[in-house]
Structures are given as C-alpha cells and as structure tokens.
Design a protein around this ligand. Structure first.
Ligand SMILES: [Fe+2]
Length: 127
C-alpha cells in the first residue's frame, strides 16, 4: 500500500485514499492535489521529523531539529506513521512531539504536515 495524501487548494481538506481507483477526488468543486513531500533545505530545520527509538516498541518523533511553532495560523496539523500494512495518524496539541506505539507492525516512514509548508517525510531508522 503506497501512502498518498491529497489536499484541497481551496479549503485545505486533506484526505488519504486507502483504495485508489484512479479517479480524482473532488473537493470544493475542483480536483484535490497530491501532496509531495518537501525537500527545501532552508525549511528542513523546523520541518523534517527527527525520529528515534524510545524503546523496542515506541517511536519518539519531534518535528524539526529546532521545534516547529504550534501557533493557530502556523502549526503541525498531524504526524503520520506509515507501516508495512497501513498507517496511523497522531494529532498534536501544544508541542510537535509524539511517542507512538509501533508494536503491531514495522514502521517504514514518518510524515508530518505543516499547514503552511506542506508535507515532510523521513525514513524510520533501524531499531
Ligand atoms: Fe511550517
């Protein structure tokens, strides 16, 4: 299962298609746009997830080597862990930090989404 995110350019809705028939998803009367993970060097410090193993079954994720702000108009909306057989979304509150249980499958990648600077992805390091 390849994880793909789509965003409405009008209202900001984000969807994932667990099954992709190949037909565009429409929101606000227009096709949603596929989100491609960013790679911009100048934004990496505050956006690229820093992923470490807290223990055998828990990933510790911090968004940015310098923590990203969590303001109403500029924040990390979610972290998503991609597994061999699915994915898991984690909502955030005051800090862009999460401990995520990964006992039930092998995590492959961690994504985060900034409402202004888009989608970022990093591979999960070996245990
Ligand atoms: Fe940002």
């Amino acid at each position: 299962m390849e994880l793909k995110f789509y965003r409405c350019p009008h209202c900001g809705n984000i969807v994932v298609k667990p099954v992709d028939s190949g037909v565009n998803v429409v929101c606000c009367g227009a096709p949603m746009e596929e989100l491609i993970p960013f790679l911009q060097e100048e934004l990496r410090e505050k956006h690229l997830p820093v992923v470490t193993w807290k223990d055998e079954c828990t990933l510790h994720v911090e968004v940015g080597s310098t923590l990203h702000p969590m303001l109403e108009n500029h924040h990390i909306a979610f972290i998503c862990v991609e597994f061999e057989n699915g994915y898991r979304f984690v909502g955030l509150k005051e800090q862009p930090i999460a401990d995520i249980c990964v006992c039930d499958s092998t995590p492959k990648a961690v994504y985060e989404y900034c409402n202004l600077h888009g989608l970022w992805k990093v591979e999960v390091p070996a245990r």
